[in-house]
Write a protein that binds this ligand. Structure first.
Ligand SMILES: *Cc1c(COP(=O)(O)O)cnc(C)c1O
Length: 371
């Protein structure tokens, strides 16, 4: 499904547009190294991480492509960024100087990308400072400007106001790049679009796009499949990950017995309770109960009582022939894998977005890859 999604993304882009895949936060919970390798054999030429450690993990697994570090690092991490040939986003002279100093021992100039804050309000220099900052990087003896980046604040929204704001950010970015060129400086690879803009605004792809959530099969917020169809854009994304557990015990309960901490659920009639070895320490958030349903052999069953750290209990009804001990339980994911809900559905019930549900899957959940 990941490769399918990458092919879908590729089909929306000009042939010369580079693809950078965001594998930050352990590839949105999917496992960074496996996803990074799959991305590089499926049309991506750049990867992006948030932290230096995430970048080092890729390098430790023989991944040699350019790797952008999207967040800022500490002064103590600067030498590791240079040693591992990661590409930082920079935007102020103090931070730029740290890299220039650390790169002094290198035989080749060290590549950095200039981050511009065109309206996200996070990191970056202001557009009107960009040409000066590019000139500053250009004048550092050990650095080379390899690219210029910005990030949109509301590209996942379909309101007119937000669409205009994204256009304004793009125009500011475009004009600042022109100003850099006017100074006689090559801005390098210019990139601004993340998932939402990639699928809804083909005109903003520039030299490279940074795809995250769409690679993992989810539409960003309001940029839904049906919205895109109305716009005449055809793309079919498939959730990559299916979160599964298993029935490790089936226990008969008589009316009046309670389930889990706090005794928040008491059986009103005789029923059978299935025990699952999954809990909030795995990313199955405690506040999902009551309300969460899980799929067993194609049917939904409600979680009863509080979700514990490592276990939870599901009401399967009395003598249910559909559920046996050791059966697979599908919590969310791809319907072809038996899921009856997606990470979007779980996110909606929590008032959040798929990103948070996916990245919330903890390290101890084994990642199993089917290729
Ligand atoms: C996380 C991130 C992305 C990817 O975002 P998606 O919405 O998942 O595509 C791109 N660029 C920056 C700067 C990011 O922080």
């Amino acid at each position: 499904y990941f490769k399918h999604n990458l092919a879908q993304i590729r089909a929306l882009l000009h042939t010369q547009t580079k693809i950078c895949i965001s594998v930050k936060a352990d590839a949105y919970g999917h496992g960074a190294v496996a996803m990074a390798k799959a991305a590089l054999t499926s049309g991506a030429s750049y990867l992006a991480v948030a932290t230096v450690d995430e970048g080092i993990e890729l390098r430790a697994h023989d991944i040699t492509c350019p790797v952008l570090v999207l967040s800022l690092c500490s002064p103590q991490e600067v030498s590791a960024v240079v040693e591992n040939d990661l590409t930082p986003l920079v935007f102020d002279t103090e931070y730029i100087d740290l890299f220039d100093k650390a790169a002094a021992s290198k035989s080749n100039p060290f590549v950095v990308h200039l981050a511009m804050d065109t309206g996200m309000g996070r990191i970056g220099c202001l557009p009107e400072e960009a040409a000066d900052m590019a000139a500053y990087i250009d004048s550092r003896p050990h650095l080379k400007l390899g690219g210029v980046a910005t990030h949109f604040a509301v590209s996942d929204s379909i309101s007119e106001e937000h669409k205009n704001y994204t256009q304004l950010q793009y125009t500011r970015f475009h004009d600042a790049i022109e100003a850099i060129k006017q100074r006689g400086i090559d801005p390098g690879i210019c990139h601004c679009s993340s998932s939402a803009a990639i699928i809804s605004r083909a005109t903003m792809q520039m030299d490279m796009v940074r795809a995250g959530i769409i690679a993992y099969g989810y539409y960003p917020d309001q940029i839904t499949k049906s919205y895109l169809e109305e716009q005449g854009i055809k793309i079919d994304l498939k959730p990559v990950l299916t979160f599964e557990s298993a029935v490790v015990a089936v226990r008969p309960f008589t009316a009046g017995r309670s389930v889990s901490y706090g005794r928040t659920w008491i059986a009103t009639s005789d029923t059978d309770i299935a025990v699952l070895p999954v809990g909030y320490a795995d990313g199955l958030l405690r506040r999902l109960s009551p309300g969460l349903q899980v799929a067993i052999n194609g049917k939904n069953y409600p979680v009863r009582g509080r979700i514990c750290m490592d276990q939870c209990m599901v009401d399967i009804g009395k003598n249910n022939p559909n559920v046996k001990r050791w059966d697979t339980v599908v919590i969310f994911g791809n319907k072809d894998d038996g899921a009856l809900q997606t990470a979007d559905d779980v996110a909606a019930s929590l008032g959040t977005i798929s990103y948070e549900v996916l990245t919330g899957l903890s390290k101890r959940v084994p990642r199993v890859y089917i290729s």
